[in-house]
Design a protein around this ligand. Sequence first.
Ligand code: PEP
Ligand code: MG
Length: 840
Amino acid sequence: MQNDPLTTLVAPDAPIDAATHGGRAKCLQRLVRLNLPVPRTISLSFTAVKRIAAGQMPDIDAVNEQFDVGALLCVRPSSEDPDWGGPGAVLNIGMNDAQYAKLSESLGPKAAAVLYSRFVQGYATHVARLDPDLFGFDQDEGPKGLQRMLRTYEDEADEPFPQSRTDQLSGVLRSMARAWEGTSARLLRQAKGAPADAGLGLVVQEMIPGLGQRECGSGVLQLIDPITGLQQITGRYLSQSQGRDALGAGAAALYLEKDPRGASLEELAPEAFEALKRDAALMRCKLREEMQVEFVIQDGAVHILDGVRVPRSSRAAVRIAVRLAEDGIISRQEAVMRIEANSLNELLHRQVAPDAARDVLANGIGASPGAATGRIVFSATAAQASAARRESCILVRRETAPEDVRGMHASVGVLTEKGGMTSHAAVIGRGLGLPCIVGASELGFNTRDKILKAPDGRVLREGDIITIDGSSGQVLAGEPAMLEATLDDAFQTLMAWADAARDIGVRANADTPADAQTARNFEAEGIGLCRTEHMFFDSGRLTVMREMIFADTSAGRAGVLARLLPMQREDFIQLFRIMEGRPVCIRLFDPPLHEFLPASRSGQRELAEALDLPVSDVTRRIEAMAEYNPMLGLRGVRLGVTVPEIYEMQARAIFEATLEANRSGAPVVPEIMIPLVSAKREVELIKARIDAVAAAVRSERGQEFTFRLGVMVETPRAALRAAEIAPYVSFLSFGTNDLTQMTYGLSRDDAGRFMSDYVRKGVFPEDPFHVLDIEGVGELLKLGAERGRAANPALTVSICGEHGGNPESIAFCREAGFDYVSCSPFRVPVARLAAAQLAI
Ligand code: PEP
Ligand code: MG
């Protein structure tokens, strides 16, 4: 058993590893090696604990003999990853009648009674498995309470309380080893990511009582604030206490550093405080991490019992990593690797404070991260009225349509009954950085009576305050405490380090100048997708868009297009100016027509007024244009082929804007992208038209410009036929929202209704609209990229579906040799960090 000792002294030369003895044992050994004042400690390996659980007791006398005869002991769990938890620590092993008599003299009867009572309580409930209610423990009861407890033990267990330290230790080790094997403990740790066969180590440590005649007590100390990550000594200390008592002691506990809010350890025991600070700084430096130090002061002297990685908010995690690197303790690359990319979402958006109570009304799909509190409104108009009163509101709709976008702008968050990760509300919400929950069908939506009904029967009405957590998908009652978003200097520094390591481009999907500005603020390298139809969501412009859709004569259409041209030109000039020469990829109109036509009676009336037509005409025309399957109907390039003047107008607006932007700023090479292509001939037809417009603008203006033409690969056929499409274009960009929809035959707007069932039952490992389906859709991406590049080696390949911001999908795209990913502006930092981590 040379390589697998049952017990190992936690001494500098003993072989202890987190994978065999657990993280706590490993950490304690490092503290011992640093010559910190750690009490004598023994570590039992995973194998030893497994054997104990199976009834094969090691030689406990041998363990016992490692400690002084009169010493008290404690046993604590040591799992491989401290987050996996473990059975609670048992303190004061070794307390018996003789020890009690002895300690009554040295520490006083009250302190001795507290030590003994605490042990009897732990032993009775964890080892003898007696009813915990019978062993309530009140520090103030003193010797009387102890005697009562010992009598109760004897009555309930039918034997006197065990007096031998070896017997006590055997019982404690056995009960802790078995507790780890229990079903609920197993499920709990698996939920935290532990493997099914995760092992448990145990550490046996000599107790420093923390009680006594001179200054004694226990506490925890950190060198940072765990919420902000700022340098500040935090933690608490409680005189005459043990374990983690100080953390639950409320006002009785002391601050560590001098503090205007109350008494401090610094004032009470300045020397001990200085020693502690020195020890904590040494731990930070040598363990290369911000540590939470568990300590005891005994008669004025400091003892270090344990150290764990400080639990921290995402914001603090960034600051900690950056400061460790700036102090030369870790490398910049390690700092970049230490931050989970998705956790940046918590910095970019307001969050429900980690310690706030959550009164959950219902769950939906968290479609756009961040949390927002506001009064419920059921229409865009009510949202605008609320914004005018400067009252925050949450827009609640069964689903959203373009006419709701103005309401979304006026709201702090959006909640819908229907939809999935790529439905209208989700896409717009992410674009605006607006928290959004979709598919919350658990809430009974009765929008006509303006009522929501939670599964537990609670009824919510317009004006009631709710909070939506777009990160978790939880709809909460009331207004929990929030943590504000911060893009501090530490964040900027970390992102700069990430960019230095990254080897795949990151662009943003940005439709409006405001989006483009956000994209620049987050340092996107360009715009990878500008959905031009989204430029017409503004209430003033929606009608023009509708007029264009409605125009049924060439002359009528020419009139509307002539009004649209200057609007578009101005939009593009602004985008080019904001992006200062960085690439801007503009997608030609792809309006799923049904999204743009008014469904409500009042909307139809408004449109009738604008068109100067009777409402009945408008209704009839809307009915005539209705499609059975609008997502697969007259959209994208199909509109461009059947009504070519629309794309011609857009191409002209792009070229005229290019010339205008070139006059005053960095030269622009616009990228024009054709959506929803499925056949080579579609590209041929559109390319010929666009080339003709380019030639016309060049000759009218007598000025040169260049542009790049590309195809958006959103249908399986376009991916399969990439070889014959690629020679016509400079780039292919995979629109994985539609490509996922079409590959699965799964409606992106309706899938939310059953997606959680599908994921729960393991039909899909994840929502494929959220995490790219590498096996199926991914194969089309690979195949399309390969075939396209074989036919046109200079081809640029990218992804611009919502998956572009997802770390796992980015890993796939990088592996497949894509040039860049493009995602919602607020996802850009996540994508930059995830991409850097892949390259390190
Ligand atoms: C896509 O289909 O992936 C895409 C980006 O386009 P949209 O979401 O506008 O359909
Ligand atoms: Mg699409």
